[in-house]
Design a protein around this ligand. Structure first.
Ligand SMILES: Cc1ncc(COP(=O)(O)O)c(C=O)c1O
Length: 329
């Protein structure tokens, strides 16, 4: 494969097959860490930029400003670098050091809000407010606002969903983390076009409020919607069949297990989706095809999920998770 633009490397990510012990379901992990910026968000970042270029919301030499937990910002930083835009990411103190360093490496600037806040929820609202304010003050700027921008979900409908259908033909059940809802709802739209019966399951952290749950702080980064944060307008609840809650310890100990058992370094939301998906698939009988969408890789979480001291300090080590996983796979 020969390319001359890094954005040509976005998409067509591999599927990793794992086997269930108690039934004949085939389970495929869609490894979005193999996108150039290390996450599925490269897809929507490029689409939000290109659609805005087409309809004039984004003009030459413009400044792109986005509020992000990190992955969207990395995707925007890459696309901005090759297209000649200035990029400013508004992140909060929950963004990992690795993510902030990556944004800077691509020439992006970062503004960190909420240094002195303890609760997750306040930081998200603060960064949205800051991004909006900056976009009003900076001339020739564009605030994609991923939570309300339909070019976010639509980026997945014709790419990720098509890749899955081309490779697997029938997909019985699909699992994804949900934050803005872009990846889950956009992929769901594409999958349901091919097969109306594909079940769409979304996983949010325990403490997220997308399905009426009682909010509380959580450590899973990028996924869910913290208490008091507005529900993203792009979530299409009519496409979603089931929702599940992943606990921080379930998510993070699953990440650590996958690194040691399969040599696969996955991110925190990916760990949560896998754990809840396997729990659900294990209850099924017979055979079928399941796909689990994994947003990013563990490389961005070496200082927390894969750091023993951090895990111990936050009382997140739980050996039962690996034992449970051993019973399922
Ligand atoms: C690590 C991670 N997982 C899951 C999500 C949720 O994806 P979406 O916003 O498409 O719902 C994000 C979004 O930023 C993320 O960064």
């Amino acid at each position: 494969m020969i390319v001359n633009k890094v954005t040509d490397l976005i998409g067509n990510t591999p599927l990793f097959e794992i086997k269930m012990k108690n039934n004949n379901w085939k389970v495929y992990l869609k490894l979005e860490k193999f996108n150039p910026g290390g996450s599925m968000k490269d897809r929507m970042a490029l689409n939000m930029i290109e659609q805005a270029e087409k309809d004039g919301r984004l003009k030459p030499n413009g400044t792109i400003i986005e509020s992000s937990s990190g992955n969207t910002a990395i995707g925007l930083a890459i696309a901005s670098a090759i297209k000649g835009y200035k990029f400013i990411a508004v992140v909060d103190h929950h963004a990992s050091k690795e993510k902030i360093d990556m944004i800077k490496a691509y020439g992006g600037e970062t503004v960190v809000v909420g240094d002195d806040y303890k609760a997750n929820e306040v930081a998200v609202i603060e960064r949205e407010k800051m991004a909006k304010k900056m976009s009003e003050e900076i001339e020739n700027s564009f605030f994609p606002h991923q939570a309300d921008n339909l070019d976010n979900p639509l980026a997945y409908t014709d790419t990720l969903a098509k890749e899955l259908v081309n490779e697997l033909k029938t997909i019985d059940t699909f699992y994804a983390a949900i934050g803005t809802g872009g990846s889950s709802c956009g992929t769901a739209l594409g999958l349901k076009k091919y097969n109306q019966n594909t079940l769409i399951n979304v996983i949010e952290p325990e403490g997220s409020i997308l399905f009426g749950g009682k909010g509380k702080p959580y450590f899973q980064s990028g996924t869910g919607n913290p208490i008091n944060a507005p529900i993203p307008k792009i979530i299409d609840y009519s496409l979603i069949n089931n929702n599940f809650y992943a606990k921080d310890d379930e998510a993070f100990n699953t990440c650590r297990y996958f690194a040691k058992r399969y040599g696969l370094l996955i991110g925190g939301s990916a760990g949560g989706v896998i754990y809840k998906a396997l729990e659900d698939i294990n209850k099924k009988s017979g055979s079928g095809i399941a796909v689990i969408l994994l947003c990013d890789g563990g490389e961005k979480y070496l200082n927390n999920i894969f750091n023993d001291e951090w895990m111990k300090k936050n009382k997140l080590i739980n050996k039962d998770i690996a034992e449970q996983l051993e019973k399922w796979i």
